[in-house]
Design a protein around this ligand. Sequence first.
Ligand SMILES: Nc1ncnc2c1ncn2[C@@H]1O[C@H](COP(=O)(O)OP(=O)(O)OP(=O)(O)O)[C@@H](O)[C@H]1O
Length: 265
Amino acid sequence: MTTPPSTTPRLEVDGLEVAFGGLTALSGVDFAVRDGETVALIGPNGAGKTTVFNAVCGIVKPRKGTVRIGGRPAPARATGLLAAGVSRTLQGLGLFDHMTVLENVLVPLTSLRAKDSLGRARDRLAELELLHLADRPAGTLPYPERKRVALARALVSDPKLLLLDEPAGGLGAADIDALAETVRRVAGTGCAVLLVEHHVDFVMDVADRIVVLDFGQVIASGTPEAVQRDPAVEAAYLGLEAVDAVAVSHSSSGRRGSAREGGSV
Ligand SMILES: Nc1ncnc2c1ncn2[C@@H]1O[C@H](COP(=O)(O)OP(=O)(O)OP(=O)(O)O)[C@@H](O)[C@H]1O
C-alpha cells in the first residue's frame, strides 16, 4: 500500500542547465518526484543522468535552474542533504573496504548523531539479509553483497528521498528481483525514489513514472507503458546504436559522450 502523494513534491527539478566548459550536459530539465513515488531516469550513455544526480546533491553547480527538496532549496553539503532526508548510492559503491559491514552502515548515523544507531544499523542489515556478514570487512565480500551494503547504508537514515545510481548494474536475476522488492517496500513507506538505470526490465517493474533524457534534455516522461510506446524514445536508442556502431568501428570507445563534445543541446 503506497502513501498518497503530498501536494509539495519531495524533489522538484526546474529548468536545470549544467555545462562543463563548452559542453552543455543538461538543458531545461524539469521533473518532480513525490513521496511514495518511484521515478526512473533513463537515457543513452552520456545523456546526463548522473549529472542530474550530481546537481541534486550539489556536487555540480547548475548554470541555470533550481533544485528543491521538500519545497526548499537543496542543501549544498553532504551533511545538509542527510539532515534534509536525502540518501544516495553511487555507481562505484563508495564503501570503506577496510571497515566492517556494520561500521559502513553506521557512518550516516554517526554523522547525524542518531540515537540507537546500533539497533537501527542491525535492523537494516537484517532486512537486506546481511546481518550474518556484519563483522566482515566490506571489501572482502562478493559484489552483490557489497552492493546491498551500500543500499543498507543509504537506507539506514530512513531517507525521505532516495537516489539510486544504477542499483541493478552487475546483479543477476535473483538479486534484481530482491532489489525490486526492496525498492517497492521503501517507496511503500512514503519515501520518494529516483533511480538511474540501464536495466529496462527492472525499470519497467519498479517505476511509477519514467523520465527519458537524451543529449541533456527530457525527450519523454510518463508511465512505463507510455514511454515504451513513445517514438522519440525509440529513435533516441536507435540513434545510440547507430552512433555506437560507427564509433566502435573507428575507435575502441563506443561511448556516445565522445560524439557530442563541443556541441550544444
Ligand atoms: N565532470 C565532468 N566534466 C566534463 N564533462 C562531464 C563531466 N561529467 C559529465 N560530463 C559529460 O556530461 C555528459 C553527461 O554525462 P553523464 O555522466 O551525466 O551521463 P549519463 O547519462 O549518466 O551517462 P552513463 O549512462 O554513461 O553513466 C557526457 O557528455 C559527459 O562526458
